[in-house]
Unconditional design. Sequence first.
Lengths: 223, 131
Amino acid sequence: MDLIEGNLELKEIQKLEGHTDRVWGLAWNPATGVAGIPAVLASCSGDKTVRIWQQNPSGQSSGSWECKAVLEETHTRTVRSCSWSPSGKLLATASFDATTAIWEHIGNDFDCVSTLEGHENEVKSVSWNSSGTLLATCGRDKSVWIWEVQPGNEFECVSVLQGHTQDVKMAQWHPSVDVLFSCSYDNTVKVWAEDGDSDDWHCVQTIGEPNKYCTLTHLSCSL
Amino acid sequence: MVKLCMRIISLTFLNHIRDIKDPEHPYSLEELKVITEDAIEVDDKHSHVRVTFTPTVEHCSMATVIGLCLRVKLMRSLPTRYKVDIRVAPGTHATEAAVNKQLNDKERVAAALENPNLVDMVDECLAPSYD
């Protein structure tokens, strides 16, 4: 009833402090916050680190979030974006240092188990597909990369998608099918899919007119 | 009275940027008329500042560097509540829209400021000259 009547009020329950520079992105661990598992949140920052926050089980909604881990000494520049795999077991972090790091929760720590290199400059976004078998990254070098998750936390690049004529700001997978969306400084959104026969990824649609004076920085799919 | 206050605020902010050195010529932005007294518009109530600068030539390749210098100087001088928009004076640059877009792209600016070469250039322009 409150929702319909507009009686919604947002109340700040806690301010999480620790980062020493701008926080660029946040991601909730999808395997937490349900079934009695305390919610886990990752934040990434211009201070080159990623912080993992967890709600104290006894605290409930009244606060008591704590910083459980600081993922540091890996990225050498701003960490721009972070994303958990659908299983919640891996965390991907995209950085201006042109790499994407993959972290695994082992015991009480997070270890960097893989570093994806290839982009020529700043990586701006990282996204897992719904089954957690593919990872997409994009950046200022105008390209979108698709990586396949292999056994033993190995990642193999299966495609480098060219087509955008400027900075690619964000890449996001469709919530249920393996279709990838990317949006760019060139004012277009591109839709990428795999060709059934050749397993080649290509652009199946471009939305918007290239290079008209606008930038697309965010994508969101509704179900 | 309010108008006088606004004028004082504008001039105070202008003082932060008028002596910035041009990246290519040994003169200040004010001396080169890249920045004039009308360059700064302040909306103090909404914590908004707009800076308009005029590159010396239409194809000025240093336009984005000058814009970055302006942003950095104001970032270091103004209270953090201010949102700063930087633009080239309409009609004064060949790729005006592209330059304006880059200068106001938070992500691009942040990435540029992590580039040591660019930061050195900016710091050079911002350094006071004791002539």
